[in-house]
Design a protein around this ligand. Sequence first.
Ligand SMILES: Nc1nc2c(c(=O)[nH]1)N[C@H]1C(S)=C(S)[C@@H](COP(=O)(O)O)O[C@H]1N2
Ligand SMILES: [Mo]
Length: 543
Amino acid sequence: MARTGKAAWWRGAVAGVLAVAAALAVGHLVAGLVRLESSPIFAVGDAVIDVTPAPMKEFAIQQFGEDNKKVLLASMAIMLVVLAAAVGALSRRTATLGVVLLGGLGVVAVLATTTRPTFEVTDLLAPVASAVVGVAVFLLLHKAAQQGPVQQGPAQSPEGASDPGPATGIAPGGEGEARTKEFTWEIPGLGRRTFLVTSTAVALGAGAAALGGRLAGQSIDVEASRRALDLVPDEPAPPIPQGADFAADGTPTFLTDNADFYRVDTALTVPRLRAEDWEMRIHGLVDEEITLTYQDLLDMPLVERTITLVCVSNEVGGPYISTSNFIGVDLAEVLRRAGVDPRADQIATRSDDGWTCGTPTEVVMAEGSNAMLAIGMNGEPLPAEHGFPVRMVVPGLYGYVSATKWLVDMELTTFADFDAYWVRRNWAERGPVKTMSRIDRPRSFARVPSGGFIAAGIAWAQHIGIDKVEVQVDDGPWQEAELTTEVNVDCWRMWRAELALEPGSHRITCRATDRNGNTQTSERVPPIPDGASGWHSIAFTAE
Ligand SMILES: Nc1nc2c(c(=O)[nH]1)N[C@H]1C(S)=C(S)[C@@H](COP(=O)(O)O)O[C@H]1N2
Ligand SMILES: [Mo]
């Protein structure tokens, strides 16, 4: 006779899930007190991001856009819940399997933590606490699960069994009596309530621990640090002229609101640094090592520059491009203070979260490079997600080789001696931005009125300037588009073109030509290793 019944099955699953939840919550709480990045869920997630093959990472970015991190965390959570429930359910008789799972997860968390580039021994506190609590809670709940009666017979519905309310079956019946003999740890007289009470307590405790971890992690008050700053550039950017965008015709606005600025990074938790604590050492192949504080930056002439930032991961027509008025100090100026050794062809920078970046020295030091250590965007201190307190911005280079956020270290070195994060993952060592154009209107598969229709989009040839944009409908002639007033060569430029459309399905294609006379190539290549190329093209219907 099947003596265990559904109740035990469900209790095992609940025990497994709650043990994992408690483990993660306590890990999070301890991490909140030590260092939030050591929270097992983040440490494992970060490690997963690092070992994920580049094409899969590309796929995730393409597929889920800026939600890719939430998707990763959610997938991990679902996998854990399923695994924990299954193992818990299978551990009805003996707790061994569950203990092995919880202990195993603990080992995974410990290993993941040690692989973090910013690893310190104290980071082990969180995964170890997590593992201990996970195993202990599982043993406790497993024990409590054995207390309950196993009800059988026609009156017992599965719902009733899986949802044992306090009003039913409090005292073990005959069946339960028989069953509890199999276990040595019974506390008589408590029955199912033991399990219910214990699991509720565990769930509440886990919730409180997770919340505590969250609050503790926020104890470094980035927002207060940001609010205390008032950035007034000594050299403001020229005002954006009238007619710098065709937003009314479907292009983005010329300046991107901070809240809308695209975000791409590998950080699961946004590093929390305060301006008043910030320090950066400039070392390596320099005449004189220097250490800069935030105040040192404020004491230098603050410049404001209108610059477009673009991500190498963009597919043709992709969304990862935005423009801001960056406030900061001239990076070449800062480097001249340290004195750059001519052998140093690479500026290696490191973020607080361990991410690294390598920028060609000559691009930064070139006359008029406009490279900056940026501390503000559109009149505000950098938002936390965009690198507060200090990041790099180098016009003409994709973000992965230039735009280090949460910048904490700068070493002058050589390309021969150092490979940065993405270079180790087979992306190109140098990433000059390719001349590109994109169609913003019409959208893919849009239905638009036939007759006169205005198509619009953006184009960029950073550091060179856009000379013209042409559009083509179906296989018709290339037609030159109207361009907006040029703000500067480090920014995008918008285009629009009036089309005469016959009713029916159409395809519109665009291509840009830069000031050097180079028309963007029609050859389609994927983003890896050095940026996508090809003409953007949109299928739509006129009716
Ligand atoms: N610390 C850190 N900085 C980083 C990255 C990162 O993953 N970590 N990603 C880079 C990439 S690939 C790009 S395109 C830009 C994006 O900057 P944004 O998120 O402010 O738009 O940041 C760069 N700086
Ligand atoms: Mo990027």
